[in-house]
Write a protein that binds this ligand. Structure first.
Ligand code: MN
Ligand code: MN
Length: 412
């Protein structure tokens, strides 16, 4: 294969003989392109003569015209937040990707939220742990734990936070160049619903007034302005300096709930970078581990799988393609762009390729205290080579040429 020129590969693929997903492109080039306009691959397929959705097809070229290597019935492994219902509130919005949108995603769910400056996501808690990545802008986040220890911080682009299961917290947009903020939340249960969190106003609106009066040690008249229904997302006075919001209590939480992920020095390889942030360096994040991957044009997140559960992906920037191998000859290829969610069920092999002409950036999330993957290259490099050659019918030079140590990202 490596002896063939790109032109020969394209010609062979057009003739219907080659495995298109395996062909390597030129510098900034993707693999052999499917136009996605028609389900035609060499001699196979035929044009669509019924109704079509051309713009949708253009986003999913390998769904309409899959590579020959795709086979069998795989679950859907892609959802775009564009297709999620938007909940609009005064000064903000929220939309979610859960098992209701992407049924396979039982391990994790995501919420995308926007809060303008001053706008608060109401004080609340929930059963699931919450991990978040700040996409743009700035927010102030607060929490109080079981021992009365307090947490407050201001987070901006590339910062993450983690609130353990059941811990009450709040988020409020701050003045910024985007008027507040937008962020991604990831929960450690795919059945999560942003509409079923425990809100302070909702609770108090459904507790008898005399009980509230006794609880707060005030006459009932002091509670006459309590909201009659939940606020959820609502404008509030902008907070002052951060130092003024440090509340003391039993002191600060012992493991900070925030972390500057983008400031972490990445693993740098030819072809891109990877930042792995799990509980070994962000101790609070006990149930969710993350990797932030950046691939240069043509770069490849190498063939690998994970030993610790399902993978939930969020595409931040660029264009990418992933094929997931599900055993029993099953495989399916999906195309992704910014704002899409991808999902890889436990142990399934996969790769991700930058198919665009700009950097591809995405988050990999795992419901696990630690990040873990197995590299195909490392596995075959470290298995007796005579045995590997007997399986793959390759020359020793291929095995000798594989990198020493793990190279999660490979160049074009
Ligand atoms: Mn929350
Ligand atoms: Mn992976």
């Amino acid at each position: 294969m490596s002896k063939l020129s790109r032109r020969e590969i394209v010609a062979a693929a057009t003739a219907g003989g080659m495995l298109t997903g395996m062909a390597r492109g030129a510098a900034a080039g993707p693999t052999v392109q499917s136009s996605g306009k028609q389900p035609i691959r060499g001699q196979d397929g035929a044009d669509i003569i019924g109704p079509t959705n051309p713009s949708r097809q253009a986003e999913e070229p390998f769904t309409t015209a899959p590579p020959k290597t795709d086979h069998g019935t795989m679950p859907n492994l892609k959802w775009s937040f564009t297709d999620s219902h938007m909940r609009l509130e005064e000064g903000g919005w929220a939309r979610q990707t859960t098992t209701r949108e992407l049924p396979i995603s039982t391990a994790m769910a995501g919420v995308n939220m926007r809060l303008k400056a001053g706008v608060a996501r109401e004080m609340h808690w929930h059963k699931e742990a919450e991990w978040s990545y700040m996409l743009k802008g700035k927010a102030r986040i607060t929490a109080v734990d079981q021992q009365g220890r307090t947490f407050v911080d201001d987070v901006s682009e590339g910062d993450i936070w983690y609130f353990p299961s059941g811990i009450p917290h709040s988020i409020q947009g701050l003045d910024s160049d985007v008027d507040g903020c937008e962020f991604l939340l990831v929960f450690d249960d795919g059945h999560f619903s942003e509409d079923s969190t425990f809100l302070i106003t909702d609770w108090l609106a459904h507790t008898p007034k005399d009980v509230l009066a006794q609880n707060f040690n005030v006459p009932e008249s002091a509670l006459e302005h309590l909201p009659k229904e939940e606020l959820y997302i609502f404008p509030a006075p902008k907070p002052g300096p951060l130092a003024n919001d440090r509340m003391g209590g039993a002191g600060p939480v012992t493991e900070s709930f925030s972390y500057r992920m983008l400031e972490q020095p990445p693993i740098r390889t030819k072809g891109g970078t990877v930042r792995i942030t799990d509980s070994s360096i962000f101790p609070a994040a006990k149930t969710l581990a993350a990797a932030l991957v950046e691939l240069e044009p043509g770069g490849l997140r190498e063939l690998h799988w994970h030993t610790n559960g399902d993978e939930w992906q969020y595409y931040l920037e660029g264009q990418g393609r992933m094929t997931v191998f599900g055993s029993e000859s099953k495989a399916r290829t999906f195309d992704f762009q910014a704002g899409d969610v991808g999902y890889v069920p436990f142990a399934m092999g996969h790769y991700i390729q930058n198919t665009g002409s700009t950097p591809l950036r995405f988050l990999e999330m795992f419901r696990s205290p630690t990040y873990a993957d197995v590299s195909l290259n490392e596995w075959v490099k470290l298995t007796p080579h005579a045995l590997v050659r007997a399986h793959l019918k390759v020359d020793e030079s291929l095995l000798e040429g594989l990198p020493e140590g793990k190279k999660p990202v490979l160049p074009a």
